[in-house]
Design a protein around this ligand. Structure first.
Ligand code: HEC
Length: 168
């Protein structure tokens, strides 16, 4: 009887050890899990995105951000949007709302864009992406334009969320 009890206790001990073993393992799994670099910018939560979009005038404040993200994919081939992101074929767009056209340090803009005097807001960006060459014939943005008005509204709102400081 005592022997059975002892071996049961031993079994319980072994089980506890095994359970204990599981812990550091899952802990190290967790540490290895994130694939993004530690400096990856925080994505806006749906609530934060909503709050940022609400600062835009109509019709941009009622935009479909999922469609905006989808249609912005082509812009991403030339532009980064995160704070401190690199310039590519086009300039980094973080903070572009309220920025004077052609004014980001370290990017070589066309003289034509710099001379426009545009301060970027939703309406100006909308016109710009309709047909950049109609705004600045000599522009370096070799993009044919987004012809669907609703897509432009969605892209502009998505861009606003991606390039704005996140509300607390
Ligand atoms: C083929 C590359 C390319 C694509 C695609 C592209 N851009 Fe650009 N973008 C540029 C370049 C280059 C400039 C600088 C233009 C100049 O200097 O004339 C620019 C400038 C801009 C600017 C002005 C930035 C500033 O600092 O003044 C905005 C805003 C912008 N792009 C938004 C967009 C959006 C939104 C899209 C997608 C609908 C897009 N771009 C697609 C290359 C691109």
């Amino acid at each position: 009887m005592t022997r059975v009890l002892v071996s049961m206790l031993a079994l319980a001990g072994a089980a506890a050890l095994l359970a204990g073993c599981g812990k550091p393992q899952s802990g190290s799994d967790q540490a290895a899990a994130p694939t993004e670099p530690a400096s990856a910018p925080a994505e806006a939560t749906p609530e934060q995105a909503k709050a940022i979009v609400a600062t835009l005038p109509a019709p941009y404040n009622a935009a479909d951000l999922d469609n905006g993200k989808l249609k912005f994919a082509i812009c991403r081939s030339c532009h980064t949007t995160a704070q401190g992101g690199p310039n590519m074929t086009g300039p980094n767009l973080y903070g572009v709302f309220g920025r004077k056209a052609g004014s980001l340090d370290g990017f070589s803009y066309s003289d034509g864009l710099k001379a426009t005097g545009i301060v970027w807001d939703a309406a100006h960006i909308d016109t710009w992406i309709t047909d950049p060459r109609a705004v600045v014939p000599t522009t370096k943005m070799t993009y044919f334009g987004l012809k669907d008005a609703k897509d432009r509204v969605d892209v502009v709102a998505y861009l606003k969320v991606q390039t704005s400081p996140l509300p607390k």
